[in-house]
Structure formats: C-alpha cells, structure tokens
Design a binder for this molecule. Structure first.
Ligand code: G4P
Length: 531
C-alpha cells in the first residue's frame, strides 16, 4: 500500500479564484511555464472565443468545449505534482464554478491592484471560507498604477473578513514599480519590465540594509517610504501563523505582476511549501485518510453532452484516497452497483488523455451513461461509505417558466426534472402550489439558454422564460420552528419550496432580507443548503 503514498504527498490541488480580468489566466499560464508544461506562455484557453457574448447555441457548445478541456490542468514543478482547477467566470459562471471549489484543497485569490476586492471574488471567497480551506492572495498588476498597499489589505480584511499577512511588500507601482521587499529574508527583489512572457528575466536580490545599492535601485523617497512601511507593518499586521493559514483564518499576501512574470515564481514556491498534500475528508463513517485507504472519490461536477445524438455525460471526480487504476472495479455507493469507470480522462496542460493511474488529489473525468449525481461517492467494492454532500448554492437569477403547448406537460416536467438533477438549474414551486407554476433559479444566466435549448432539442418542448426580479434566496435553517405560512416579510418577498419540499424565501434586495429577519426574531436563514 505504501507505494502510492509518495505520489500523494507530491500532490497540491487548488483553484484560482478571481473576478474576470484580474489575471487568473495569465497567472495560470506563468505557472505552467515554470512547470515546463508549455514553452512560452501560450494560451491556456481560447480566450478570444471564451469572451464572446453568448446567445446562440453554437457558442454555448463552444464555450462548454472549452470548459471541458480546461477543467483541470496538471503539471509538475520542483518535485510537486500540481492540479489547478479552473473556476469558469465570465458568461460561463454557474453553480459548477462553486462546485469546483469543493474539489480543491486550497485557493489562490488573484486581485487586481487597482481594483481591490470585486464582486465575483467575494462570491467565490465565501464558498472557500465555508470550507475553511487555506486562501492565498496574489495582488496582481503592480506594473500598473495601484491602490495604496495598506488600503488594499484593509479592503480584503473588511470586505472578506479575513486577516492578512503580507509575505512581501511592493515598492511603488506602475512606472515607479521597483520590486518587492521580502519580509522574511529582508531582501528586495528588483523588478525589470523586460521579462514579458518568459521566465528568463533577471531578478536581483538586494539587502535592505545595503544603503548604497538601495539608493541605486529606487529614489530616496521610495526608500524612506519603504523603511517606514516596514516598521509600520512589523508593528501592525497579523503575525504569520501557519496553523491559522491552514484553517483559512489568515491569508498570506504576495504582490507581483503576472504579465511581466514578476513575483510569480516566488509566490509559487512559498505557496507550495505552505500548503499540504491532500488531507483526510469527512465521510458518514468518519474521516477517510488519503494515504491509508484504498481508492475513493466523489463526483463534484457533471457535464452534459450538448449533442443530441450523444446523451452521454462526463462526471468529474475528485480522488480522495488511494490509487486509481484504469479498468479497476469500483463500487458506486448511491447506485449500489459495482462497475468499471469507463474512459477515465485527465487533462495535462492543454491535452486531454486517457489515464492509466491517478492518485488522491487528482481529478478524473469519466464517461457517465446517466447514473451519477453530484455528490456521489465511488470506492472499492467491499467498502461502503458516502462523502459529505455538496451544498446547493443560492441561485442569483430567477425566471418563471411558461410551457407553450400545454399538451406537452409530461415531457416538460420530465425534462425540467432531469436537467435539475444534473445540477444545471434549480427548480422551485409556489409555496402552496404544485408543478403547474415553475420557477427556475440559476447561478449564471447562460443556464437559462441551456435550459431552453435542451428542452426544445431533447424533449421537444417549447417554453418561454419570464424574468423575475429576485436576486436573493434564503433557505429557512430552522423550518421545524417556523410557521412558514404565517411568516410576514417585506412586500417583495416570495415564498417558494424546492424539489425536496424545503421552504425558501426570495427577495429583490438584500435590505428586504435584513428587514424580514428583523420582523421574525426566531427565523434563521442560510445561503447554502446542505440537505
Ligand atoms: P482573467 O483570466 O482573470 O479574466 O484575466 P486574464 O489573465 O485574461 O487577464 C486580463 C487582462 O489583464 C489581459 O489583458 C492580461 O494581459 C492583463 N494582465 C494580466 N496580468 C497582468 C499584469 O500583471 N499586468 C498588466 N499590466 N496586465 C495584466 P487584455 O488586454 O484583456 O488581454 P490580452 O490581449 O493581453 O490577452
């Protein structure tokens, strides 16, 4: 059994979270460059295609094609085997983006130094925080004019509620950017903007106490400011504490410029050292140790094939323990069936290939004839346990679905239910009503197009979607203690129930959420549903 523990110890599996345009793709490219997975920073994904405004189906399919091939990138660096999980953004943002975070052991948060914390970062951060995974911050684009460094850190602490600990500190920004000061080594790494695209740029290390050399690389004002800031920082910022980092209570912060390749390798090296190999995961029988147990995995994402002729799907699994061998017999716990996982695939840089073996920490995509659901567990025959489920995330857009031909009610209900089961949409009904009135909720608006297209093409049902103004949804955490029918909220509040009959409240704005809580003192609301 011990033969696979070394492989698992090498694994680092993380997601990069950011708001679009903060530099996630560029940073990923640079990581791949250091890993030798690409020669020159090439394109990780077809960015030109990915950025199109999407409305017609061909585009959606193209987008999905892209997200399949870039779902996870694996490469080796300095003895580590790194899995980077892609968190689709832009129009592709959906519940899958959140679910992907369930498969990560840590997250890298990229922030644009001239913008600070932005909307999508905030959403993704919340999900990471819920899991208490370590979060590392890379403040990017220092080669452009940036916000004040203290303000940037303040913004993270206030907006996200996580204390920060800068590992290095920038000297100037934009045209005046001179490099970063490493608080540990007390050395300045000098920036030269001649490094675009390659990893060959020369970075000099200058001792902060080497006064004459310091004066050559920066202005006297910059020097003075740096020394002042170091003093302030040493007095004021949170002390570095790896235990706090490991449980997501402190975020180490790094500064750099992904485009010019500055600060990226230092960041990667620190990050790899500060993170751990895959840790035990909780199942219904207790914690499952990745090194000691045989193969087990859970499904975190299902990608439907958009081609009508092929109703197959790809189920993405995160391996949580042991070693996977292609062709091995496994046990699908929820389906209570022994099976072989067919066509297991993995992505290596840009190429998809069939895997022969994979280890805890790795992600594999397997052909799914329609048997897996999100959150399912597979393990070796003879074992029977289920990993903790994946929460249902709050949809952010809602629409009422109108069936155009009422004769097709049966196909409609079947189609909507199946698509909801795959996790692409969530369906709700009026709190007191039945399936005659259906409200769909999605995390990304693209999912509305997907629903309409798939109902037409796969179920031969035409629908009309009427957008609803709700933007906030809350599950009632203490539904046993609350009489939902009697609940009084704001005038814009709507009561609905999900497919399992759980009561929920829809609100147009966040103010109404607060108001409703004020009016109903015993009411407890939550943004994720764990059941
Ligand atoms: P994303 O995946 O987070 O959406 O961001 P992406 O890496 O695509 O970067 C968004 C834009 O920001 C790109 O410019 C990219 O070149 C630029 N960028 C990324 N990192 C840095 C940095 O450190 N400094 C500067 N100055 N720019 C950076 P674009 O013009 O939109 O695209 P492209 O034509 O350069 O590809």
């Amino acid at each position: 059994m011990a033969d696979f523990t070394n492989e698992i110890k090498k694994r680092r599996t993380f997601a990069i979270i950011s708001h679009p345009d903060a530099g996630k793709t560029t940073l990923t490219e640079k990581f791949l460059l250091y890993g030798g997975a690409i020669n020159l920073a090439g394109s990780v994904k077809g960015k030109a295609t990915a950025r199109h405004a999407v409305s017609d189906w061909m585009e959606i399919e193209k987008e999905r094609g892209i997200s399949v091939t870039s779902s996870v990138l694996q490469f080796n660096y300095d003895g580590y085997c790194i899995n980077i999980l892609d968190t689709p953004g832009h129009q592709d943002f959906s519940e899958d983006t959140y679910r992907t975070l369930m498969a990560a052991d840590s997250a890298v948060m990229v922030i644009d130094a001239s913008k600070g914390v932005e909307a999508q970062t905030r959403k993704l951060f919340k999900v990471c925080a819920m899991r208490h995974i370590p979060i590392f911050t890379f403040i990017n684009k220092l080669d452009r004019d940036a916000n004040d460094t203290f303000e940037l850190l303040d913004d993270i602490e206030k907006e996200l509620g996580i204390p920060t600990c800068p590992v290095n500190w920038p000297i100037g920004s934009g045209k005046a950017f001179r490099g970063v000061y490493d608080r540990n080594t007390r050395k300045v790494l000098t920036f030269s903007d001649t490094m675009k695209g390659t990893k060959e740029g020369v970075i000099e290390e200058v001792d902060v106490d080497d006064d004459s050399r310091m004066s050559e690389i920066m202005t006297e004002d910059q020097k003075e400011q740096l020394l002042e800031e170091i003093e302030l920082l040493d007095g004021a910022s949170a002390e570095f504490d790896l235990d706090e980092v490991s449980c997501g209570k402190l975020s180490p912060v790094f500064f750099g410029s992904a485009l010019t390749n500055f600060g990226v390798e230092t960041f990667l090296q620190h990050f790899l050292k500060m993170t751990t190999s895959p840790l035990p995961r909780t199942a219904d029988c207790g914690e499952i140790d990745p090194m000691k147990e045989d193969f087990s995995a859970f499904v975190f994402k299902i990608q439907a094939n958009m081609n009508k002729a092929h109703r197959d799907r790809i189920a993405f699994m995160r391996i949580c323990s042991g070693k996977f061998d292609a062709g091995m017999e496994v046990y699908h716990v929820q389906g209570d069936k022994k099976m072989r996982l067919s066509q297991p695939q993995q992505m290596m840089a840009q190429d998809r290939h069939i895997v022969d073996e994979a280890y805890a920490g790795d992600i594999i995509g397997v052909f799914d004839p329609g048997i897996f659901s999100i959150g399912d567990t597979v393990c070796v025959p003879g074992k029977k346990f289920a990993y903790e489920g994946i929460p249902t995330f709050a949809p952010e857009h809602f629409a009422r679905v109108r069936l155009l031909d009422s004769m097709k009610r049966k196909q409609f209900v079947k189609g909507v239910n199946q698509i909801a089961q795959e996790g692409a949409i969530q369906i709700f009904q009026e709190y007191m009503g039945g399936m005659e009135e259906i409200i769909v909720g999605v995390v990304g608006v693209l999912q509305f197009d997907v629903l309409k297209y798939r109902l037409e093409n796969e179920y031969n049902v035409e629908i009309r979607l009427e957008n609803l103004p709700y933007e906030h949804i809350r599950w009632i955490a203490n539904k046993e203690e609350v009489d939902v029918a009697k609940l009084t909220g704001t005038s814009d509040m709507k009561k609905v129930k999900d497919m399992r009959g759980n009561p929920l409240l829809l609100f147009v704005n966040s103010w109404s959420v607060g108001m409703t809580l004020d009016r109903n003192k015993n009411l407890k609301l939550e943004e994720f549903s764990k059941n």
